[in-house]
Design a protein around this ligand. Structure first.
Ligand code: SF4
Ligand code: SF4
Length: 62
C-alpha cells in the first residue's frame, strides 16, 4: 500500500488545466474535458490539490 493518490471530482472540475501545468510527474491529462490523474505516475505531492481553484482534487493523506 502506497500513499493515497490524487483524485479529481469530475463534477467539480472546470477543465482549467491548472493542475496539469503544475504536476511534476505529468500525471494529469484531459479526458473528456475533465482532468484525469494517472495513478501510477502520481507521487502524492499534493501540488495539484493546492492549485485547483475549485477544490476538485482530493487525497486522503494531504
Ligand atoms: S499529487 Fe502531485 S504527482 Fe500526484 S497528480 Fe497531483 S501534482 Fe501530480
Ligand atoms: S485545476 Fe481543478 S478545475 Fe482546473 S483542470 Fe485541474 S481539477 Fe479541473
Amino acid at each position: 500500500m502506497g500513499k493515497p493518490k490524487a483524485l479529481v471530482d469530475r463534477e467539480l472540475c472546470l477543465a482549467c488545466g491548472g493542475c496539469i501545468s503544475v504536476c511534476p510527474q505529468s500525471a494529469i491529462s484531459m479526458h473528456g474535458m475533465r482532468a484525469f490523474v494517472t495513478r501510477e505516475k502520481c507521487i502524492s505531492c499534493a501540488i495539484c490539490i493546492r492549485t485547483c481553484p475549485v477544490g476538485a482534487i482530493t487525497g486522503e493523506v494531504y
